[in-house]
Structure formats: C-alpha cells, structure tokens
Design a binder for this molecule. Structure first.
Ligand SMILES: C[S@@+](CC[C@H](N)C(=O)[O-])C[C@H]1O[C@@H](n2cnc3c(N)ncnc32)[C@H](O)[C@@H]1O
Length: 171
C-alpha cells in the first residue's frame, strides 16, 4: 500500500483506517509519504497486540518507491477504469502496490501507475475503495486471515464480545 498526502491533523483517523483496512484485508504493509510518528506507533501497537507481520514505513520520495517497485502499480481513483474490466490482469500480478490519495493526488501518479482503477465512478473514500479492491483481488481473504503471534483474538459469537487473550479467555 502507498498512502499519499497524509495531513497530520485532518487525516489521522482516515490514515489509520486505511492502514488497518490494508492489514485486515491481507496487504503486507503500508508506505506513507508524510512522517507521523504518533500514527505509525498506533498502527504498530495494533500489530503488536493483534499479530501478523504488517509493516509501516515512511518514504522520503513516493515517486522513487513507485518507480522502483518491481510489480504491478495500481492507483485507485474514481476517474479510472472499473475494477471488473481489469481484475484478470491484476490477479495475475505477483506483487501489487496499491496507491490511494487523501485530498487531490499529484497529477503524475496517473502516469506512474500501471493501472488507474475505479471502484465505481463516484467519489467516496480511500478506505472503502481499498476494502473493495482487496476483497475482490484477494477473493475474500479477509474472512480467513491468520495473524501469527497475536496477543489477543476475537472468538466470534452471536451476541456480546468474546476475546481470547494469550491462552486465557476473557468475557
Ligand atoms: C476523498 S478521495 C479524494 C478525491 C479527490 N477529490 C480527487 O480528485 O482525487 C481520496 C482517495 O479515495 C480514493 N477514491 C475515492 N473514490 C474512489 C473511487 N470511486 N474509486 C477508486 N478510488 C476512490 C482515491 O484513492 C482518492 O485519492
């Protein structure tokens, strides 16, 4: 994942949701082009408690990451080609870098990306766009994800909250 244009004050909640959605739906990690240590720490705390190997990295130059990425670069934008038209090509890729914006993205993203893909051609959110993209491309992996070394795990239940913590079960 590459999240462009995080604005520390305005975007901290959405950026956090982008990262948590990426992690929960099967992405390996997230790059931010803006350093926000508090945000990074929050995401890392979630990984520490809930497990898995999700990485969070600040990149000095997002253009360098995009140019040097050795896989398929997919920019999610409402102006792009509808996902169903390109899903076959995307699923063949060994590695994918998914790029989402916050406000307006720099114009050259459209050229640097291999594909500009829309999740419907109406404006909505980077969180919803990412969730639909990952769900379709990874065929519902969100429902079978395993997070190794988790300190905490939810036990699905019809009602209430059941949480298992390091061997012991807490109601
Ligand atoms: C709140 S939107 C900002 C849209 C902005 N007004 C623009 O012109 O790009 C933030 C991000 O959500 C994603 N997004 C929003 N709607 C989308 C859609 N229909 N399809 C794909 N991605 C979308 C894009 O990655 C976009 O950069």
């Amino acid at each position: 994942m590459l999240r462009l244009g995080h604005r520390k004050n305005r975007d901290k909640r959405v950026s956090s949701h982008v990262a948590l959605t990426a992690r929960a739906f099967g992405a390996m990690g997230i790059y931010f082009d803006v350093a926000d240590e508090r945000l990074f720490k929050n995401i890392e705390d979630v990984v520490e408690r809930w497990g898995g190997k999700f990485f969070v990295k600040h990149v000095g130059s997002w253009r360098k990451i995009v140019k040097e990425f050795d896989g398929l670069k997919v920019h999610l934008t409402m102006y792009g080609i509808p996902l169903p038209e390109k899903i076959g090509e995307i699923k063949k890729a060994r590695k994918i870098l998914v790029i989402v914006g916050s406000e307006k993205v720099p114009a050259d993203v459209f050229k640097l990306a291999d594909l500009n893909i829309s999740i419907g051609n109406q404006p909505h959110s980077e969180v919803s766009a990412l969730a639909v993209f990952l769900d379709r491309v990874l065929d519902g992996k969100v429902f079978s994800m395993e997070f190794e070394n988790a300190k905490i795990r939810i036990v699905p239940s019809e009602r209430g909250k059941r949480v298992a913590e390091l061997g012991k079960e807490v109601e």
